[in-house]
Ligand binder design. Structure first.
Ligand SMILES: [Zn+2]
Length: 274
């Protein structure tokens, strides 16, 4: 899933690799995933995108925006996997959208579970997109300790940390993936309620949000995800599907995995007591 470190990394990689290229071909899904979301009829994308030049790209929150000339936007989010190949690379057998470029390279968009691939001319109206680009990013200067504490004060006291941090895009780009290491580094259980946090807990949590997301972004995303070129991210996740059978990196105890609020949570019961 695209979360903040992956959004920023993909945006940068597209910008560095594809800016200046012109789209020469647009191909619709090999077999349509019913959880692939488009802006209107995806067969209309061919007329909209063919001949457009890629100007720039930027990732924020859970979205990656690809800006084309003539005010055309191509925006992807959630579970869209992007793969860029040069003329010697093999196009994946399955995709939800494929673009070819003037130098015979291609960009394939695939989706394992669900995701959005939106193309439009002019203004893009989507509430999740507006949150990703409009709300204070956890990596921006405005996201400081007083802002974070004010967010806690404004919420219901019985909200749990997972609900607070990873739902409703209060903090754009924090999802159920990056959440696990953020809470582990702050020694806080995902089911802890906001009302149970001491001032020190809040400070640790703020520091962990900033530091964990910075580390993940500096290392070009998490090792559970792939980048534009199909390489795993360089950030080795501490708690994830990759490490669940390994001992806790801190106390060497067992890591627990549970389903909670529509996704798996991972935690160490000793280091993150409820
Ligand atoms: Zn532990």
């Amino acid at each position: 899933m695209i979360e903040l470190p992956e959004a920023i990394t993909l945006g940068r990689q597209i910008n560095e690799t594809l800016a200046g290229l012109t789209i020469t071909g647009v191909f619709n899904a090999t077999s349509l995933n019913k959880f692939a979301f488009f802006n209107g009829d995806p067969t209309a994308y061919k007329a909209l995108l063919t001949g457009r030049k890629l100007v720039s790209a930027k990732g924020m929150g859970i979205f990656v925006d690809i800006h084309l000339d003539e005010e055309v936007l191509l925006s992807v989010c959630d579970g869209v996997k992007l793969y860029y190949g040069d003329r010697s690379a093999t196009v994946p057998a399955k995709y939800q959208l494929l673009l070819t470029f003037s130098d015979d390279s291609f960009l394939a968009f695939s989706i394992a579970m669900y995701g959005g691939i939106y193309a439009c001319k002019g203004e893009f109206t989507n509430s999740y997109h507006a949150k990703s680009f409009g709300r204070v990013s956890p990596l921006s200067p405005e996201f400081d300790e007083s802002y974070f504490k004010a967010c806690i004060t404004g919420e219901k006291k019985d909200l749990t940390l997972k609900a607070f941090l990873a739902t409703e895009q209060r903090f754009p780009g924090i999802g159920n993936g990056v959440l696990q290491d953020i809470l582990f580094q702050a020694s806080l259980h995902p089911k802890r309620k906001l009302s149970s946090l001491s001032e020190t807990d809040k400070e640790h949590l703020f520091q962990s949000v900033r530091q964990t997301l910075t580390d993940m972004t500096d290392r070009k995303g998490r090792d559970t995800e792939t980048d534009l070129f199909g390489n795993k991210g360089g950030y080795a996740t501490l708690l994830s599907k990759n490490t669940v059978t390994q001992p806790c990196p801190n106390c060497k105890g067992s890591i627990r995995k549970e389903n909670y609020m529509g996704g798996a949570i991972y935690y160490c019961p000793s280091c993150q007591p409820i």
